[in-house]
Structures are given as structure tokens and as C-alpha cells.
Design a protein around this ligand. Structure first.
Ligand SMILES: *[C@@H]1O[C@H](CO)[C@@H](O)[C@H](O)[C@H]1NC(C)=O
Ligand SMILES: *[C@@H]1O[C@H](CO)[C@@H](O)[C@H](O)[C@H]1NC(C)=O
Length: 276
């Protein structure tokens, strides 16, 4: 029993924001409490994105490529939030003793994450995964400005077809999901590409080959009532609009994994429990 208690204490990991398991701090971000597939490997970190001690969304971060795999969030309503453009980093990725909140960071040397300076003169935008556009409060908008929620994105794509897609998805979910008092869950991710950004300046941030996003509108039966997936190369073309299962198949090939699940079936939370 004592051993088990130790395991439980270890797993609950204090009040950290970089968590051993999303479910410690941010299970409610995910449809039916279960995250999309967590890729295996030491470089992947689970972050419950926290600002002013409040959790806003969740990110699976790849510390080798210094880009996220995905960020997951709930879409509540559209609000025209101010863009303060204060970019943060995640202190716990480099020092587990640091506090749970994201903090502004520009040029600090960091081995585990990208910093603002990495993007300077690169020709790439810091492409938001959780978009400012879908933030439902100013704090929530501010919380999207962390480098762990961004990846190098073709600037024409970021400001063009991808932005248009985000707006279409927000409209679709507002009309067909939120209006019925259902809950809208979104996951947005990237696939690492072959190149690093700013290679000449020794910047080791990977430039993604693809951006993708998917939504699931959950009703009281805990099933996705409407859902859709989108994926496009990191160039300014309209992303493909496909089913969730098609997107999952595509991601299995791109991430080279046997199974990649975006949204869980009802019972997943219990069957996937790490301790039981
Ligand atoms: C994606 O395709 C579905 C099915 O054809 C359609 O209902 C939906 O409006 C499309 N969404 C976007 C954002 O293009
Ligand atoms: C890049 O890294 C290499 C190897 O560590 C080093 O020799 C070189 O001086 C660095 N270049 C710059 C521009 O920092």
C-alpha cells in the first residue's frame, strides 16, 4: 500500500504545469476526458497551458523539434480579443522547479523549446495552433501567445487560407454546435518536416510539413454529433476537408505510428486508466 501511495504521489507530481499526464490538471479540455494519442518518446512533454494559475488548453510538445505536436482546446464563443503579442515560454520545460505559469521569453538560451529570437529574420510566422481568433477572454487570448503553442508557418498560409479556415470552423461550430448548447472540442497540430528554420544561425526549430485541425461537437450522449478534419501542406493552399477517420489514417502515416486517435469514444477514459 505504501508503495502504491508513493506511485500515486509521484504521478500527481505536485502543482506542475508540465505534467506527467494531462489528466492531472486538464482532463476537461478533452472530449470525454481523454487526450488525442500521446506519441512515445522522451522528447514529448504534456503541458497544461496555464496563465495566472488558470488552465486554458493543453499542448503535447516535442522538445527535439521545438514545436508542438498538437494543442487541444474548447471553443466557447468568438470574441474580438486584443493581440498583445507578448510571446511566452514554458519555464518548466527547462527547469522542473520553476513555477507553473508561462512567462515572457525572448532570447534566453533554451535547449528544450523555441524562443522568439529563433523566428527573427526567418521569413516564417509564429503560427498559432490555438488561434487568438477563438479565444473567449482576454486572458485566454494572452495565453495563446506561448512559443509552445506555435510553429513556423508559411506567412501567406497563416494570413491566408489557414486564417480563412479558422474563421469557417468558428462559424460552423457557432451555428451547428454551440447554438444547440453542445460542446465544441478542437485539436490542432503540425507534422515535423525535413528542414530547420534559420539553419545558418544554428536555430534548431523544425519547420512543419503540414498543419492539421479537427473538431468534434459533443452532445449529452457523449458522441461527436458533427466532426470534421482538415490538413494542408505548409503552403498557402486550401486545406483538405475530410472525415476524422481519414485524418487519423493520414496522421498515422505522417507520424509513422500504428494508431493515432483524435477524439475518444465514451468509455476510453476508464479503459485507458494508467493505474487501474
Ligand atoms: C467541410 O465539409 C463538410 C461536408 O461536406 C461541410 O459540411 C463543411 O461545411 C465543410 N467545412 C469547411 C470549413 O469547409
Ligand atoms: C553553429 O554551431 C557550430 C557547431 O556547434 C559552431 O561551430 C558555429 O560557430 C555556430 N554558428 C553560429 C553562427 O553560431
Amino acid at each position: 500500500l505504501v508503495a502504491l501511495l508513493h506511485v500515486l504521489l509521484f504521478l500527481s507530481g505536485g502543482s506542475a504545469e508540465v505534467v506527467r499526464d494531462f489528466r492531472e490538471k486538464c482532463a476537461d479540455i478533452f472530449a470525454n476526458g481523454a487526450s488525442p494519442t500521446i506519441l512515445r518518446g522522451d522528447q514529448y512533454r504534456q503541458i497544461c497551458q496555464t496563465l495566472k494559475n488558470k488552465v486554458y488548453y493543453a499542448t503535447l510538445y516535442d522538445t527535439n523539434n521545438k514545436i508542438p505536436v498538437y494543442s487541444a482546446y474548447k471553443f466557447n464563443k468568438e470574441m474580438k480579443c486584443e493581440r498583445k503579442n507578448i510571446w511566452c515560454i514554458e519555464p518548466q520545460l527547462d527547469d522542473p522547479e520553476k513555477g507553473p505559469n508561462m512567462v515572457p521569453g525572448h532570447s534566453r538560451q533554451s535547449s528544450n523549446q523555441a524562443v522568439s529570437d529563433d523566428y527573427k529574420h526567418s521569413g516564417f510566422d509564429k503560427g498559432h495552433l490555438v488561434p487568438v481568433y477563438m479565444a473567449s477572454s482576454q486572458d485566454c487570448s494572452d495565453a495563446t501567445f506561448t512559443l509552445t503553442n506555435a510553429a513556423p508557418q508559411n506567412l501567406h498560409f497563416n494570413r491566408g487560407k489557414w486564417r480563412i479556415l479558422e474563421e469557417k470552423i468558428a462559424k460552423e461550430l457557432t451555428e451547428r454546435c454551440l447554438s444547440k448548447k453542445n460542446t465544441a472540442y478542437i485539436v490542432t497540430g503540425v507534422v515535423p518536416g525535413k528542414h530547420k528554420m534559420n539553419e545558418k544561425r544554428n536555430v534548431t526549430v523544425n519547420v512543419p510539413s503540414h498543419f492539421w485541425t479537427a473538431y468534434c461537437c459533443l452532445d449529452h450522449t457523449k458522441e461527436c454529433q458533427i466532426s470534421r478534419g482538415f490538413i494542408g501542406k505548409n503552403r498557402n493552399f486550401t486545406p483538405e476537408n475530410i472525415t476524422i477517420s481519414k485524418l487519423e489514417k493520414r496522421l498515422e502515416n505522417l507520424y509513422k505510428v500504428k494508431s493515432f486517435q483524435l477524439f475518444s469514444a465514451k468509455a476510453f477514459f476508464l479503459t485507458n486508466c494508467i493505474i487501474c
